[in-house]
Design a protein around this ligand. Structure first.
Ligand code: TPP
Length: 283
């Protein structure tokens, strides 16, 4: 697939992805969906899929493809929306989200033909798998990258740090991880639950670290992804992208009630209107 798309193209994809998230989450009815965690990382996921990653939706098993792991698997709406916008599966399947026998489950499961590389959702686990995939590529002399998106609350997990040490030991400079720094987790603000200086800690663990002040800005995201790909430090790469939980929908932004919730018709209509207003602003 041609990547390195224009900023404008990716901004449009990001907006379409937000709409897709609302459609899928609304279709889940009383099952509800993790709206806030998906909305915060849309530009990060869009930047990876439509600028950074070498992949081909027409050939999902392509051996040279870059791999993507959504370690914060509960934000699967962001992942599914990138896949549908890239053409990995038809749009009408979006309405099967969380339905019986659907591959669009509430946390990602492994369906490589639809672009889903790794099952994830048990926090910490996806990141460790991504480190293993990057090591496997090194051992086999394969040149692809592994991209991984994790949550800032997820960085409280011990497994993250075991895997982070191992990645440095194995010089996994083919690994580009992004922390979605939305400053909230499930039960509160991250600084109230575990006040971590993520930049200092990841650096201390030996990673090459960059901080993006606005992780909902496409240009900032794709610029830092480019920088990481051309870095020569030999270290694994970690981007801390400061984002807004629930970004783009007025009643979701920084509102923990929308970490996960069912969406009724009135909220659906409000969300659609908010996103339509964003589209008008952008044009
Ligand atoms: C091992 C594990 N423990 C607990 C959970 C439940 N859980 C789901 S989302 C979440 C909060 C994650 O916060 P963060 O990583 O900051 O992601 P955000 O939702 O803010 O994007 C938790 C604790 C889980 N999925 N896995």
């Amino acid at each position: 697939m041609s990547n390195r798309n224009s900023v404008e193209f990716i901004q449009k994809k990001a907006l379409a992805m937000r709409r897709d998230c609302i459609e899928m989450g609304y279709a889940a009815g009383s099952h509800g969906a993790h709206f806030g965690p998906a909305m915060s990382c849309i530009e990060v996921v869009a930047g990876i899929f439509f600028s950074a990653m070498n992949h081909n939706p027409q050939d999902p098993f392509m051996p040279t493809r870059d791999r993507f792991v959504l370690s914060k698997g509960h934000a699967c709406l962001a992942y599914y929306s990138a896949l549908v916008e890239a053409g990995y599966f038809p749009r009408d399947l979006m309405r099967t989200f969380k339905g019986d026998n659907s591959f669009l489950s509430g946390h990602p499961s492994c369906h490589v033909k639809h672009g889903l590389e790794v099952a994830s959702g048990s926090l910490g686990n996806g990141f460790a798998v991504a480190c293993g995939m990057a090591k496997a590529a090194k051992v086999k002399g394969e040149g692809h990258y592994v991209y991984c998106v994790l949550g800032d609350g997820e960085c409280d997990e011990g497994l993250i740090w075991e895997a982070a040490m191992n990645a440095v030991k194995n010089n996994l400079d083919n690994l580009i991880a992004v922390v979605d720094r939305n400053s909230f987790q499930l039960a509160g603000r991250t600084h109230e639950i575990m006040n971590l200086n993520l930049e200092a800690i990841w650096k201390a663990f030996g990673w090459e670290v960059r901080v993006v002040e606005d992780g909902n800005d496409v240009l900032s995201v794709i610029t830092v992804l480019n920088e990481m790909r051309s870095a020569t430090s030999g270290k694994p790469h970690l981007i801390i992208a400061k984002t807004v939980k629930g970004k783009g929908v007025s009643f979701m932004e920084n509102n923990l009630a929308w970490h996960a919730a069912p969406m009724g018709k009135d909220k659906y209509e409000q969300a659609v209107a908010d996103l339509a207003a964003l589209e008008i602003e952008g044009n």
